[in-house]
Unconditional design. Sequence first.
Length: 505
Amino acid sequence: MTDTVSYAHAVVPTGDDRTGLAADLAALRDAVVADGEARRAAFAAAHGPIGPGIANLADYLALRRHDIRPLQRALMARGLSSLGRAESRVLPTLDAVAVALAALAGRPAPVEAPGDDAFFAGERLLAANADAALGPRPAGRDTRIMVTLPSEAAGDPGLVLDLARRGMDIARINCAHDGIVAWEAMARAVRTAGEIVGRPIRVLMDIAGPKIRTEAVVAADKARRIVVGDTFSLVAGGTPEIVGDAVAAASVSLPEIVTRIGVGDRVLYNDGKMEARVEAADGASALLRVTRVRAGGVKLKPEKGLNLPDTALGLSPLTAKDIQDLAAVVRTADMIGYSFVSRPEDIDLLETVLADTGLVPPSLGLVAKIERPEAVANLPALMARVAGRRPFAVMIARGDLAAEIGFERLAEMQEEILWLCEAASVPVIWATQVLESLVRDGLPSRGEMTDAAMGARAECVMLNKGPHVGTAVDVLDHLLVRMAGHVHKKTPMLRALGAWSPSDA
């Protein structure tokens, strides 16, 4: 009988049964090939012709249907790949392991061994797609740095030049603020800075989308903070009024959401600093009771974001303002940031609006911001719909995403998004609150430095605006250069360590 050990809720063979391992591996490969072919056919039928990236994504989705932990551990004990780095090369990895396992057993190889070109083709495709969407890879590091420009950049080209000299590779313009004149001034400053520093700097213009925010706010006691157990109301229209024992009331930027939320739905305020549940709703207003809030409570203020993870909003990702803005954006930007995208049909909607402008070059990139559960669930279809149309990247909008899916699931979900995008050869932007304390206050936290280092596995890391953003670019640049020598995606690079010497023994 084969010896076994218990590991991670799986039973793992520990004997030297190479024949059994080879059979298990062959069965897994056969299942992946069959399921992958079906998925490729489904992608092609729904989205049109697919390229090698989406074909490999189909195989990766097929592979990840299986719990391969027992097989991984058995292969590790024999010095073979654990299959844990198969994202960009699913079938080549399975084939390489099968050939090596057959060689160990002294049997003929069951498949042809993949050459280096085939094995690393996915990595090369991802690098090419990242160059097309995000600009050339900077010298010394694999990951680009994106910086959100403040409004002052429109009148201060020196600010933009300073960021470029420190290492900014992409400038982000948030079209929820300022206006066309300011956006064009910022973009000109970015182009000029690129010429001065001798390297191209891309411009991402992030269209606003249907942002759900508080507007007018009234409070029963302006000095009092809202705590757990308090109630407040949201109103669909008119001037908000205090009703009953509510401590505050607010109107909202999109009144229709008040007509769609129902009793029991959660509402999160200001990036999750407060969570409440709807206790009553009549279409004109909704009464909410606070169930969770940060220490010390919060004040309800205007222009703060609201997330409704339990509510079917039915909102178009493009507002009338977005459609008007796009005519200016396509003349100015290298990339468009697309908020609230959730379904493949949202991609079609944007393409239709872009075509109506008559100004869209094929090189114009698209960045899909993943910020709602529907976008996560539909990510493979979103990538398949865009593939081949134009340069494309995915932004993990971690602030909204955490509020929508729960903070406890964010770490897991951002990992899975990274894996899927690598499988599809789609570059990723790691965004929201990177080095936030450093940008705001001039000093980072230990957790922020670790988070920024994890961002090195993406093709781009985004910094928000703030008084110390220049220092943050310096810190991030140095950190990403160092991390480039230690890790590529999920693969440790094992460069020589210089922190220890024989005298340390």
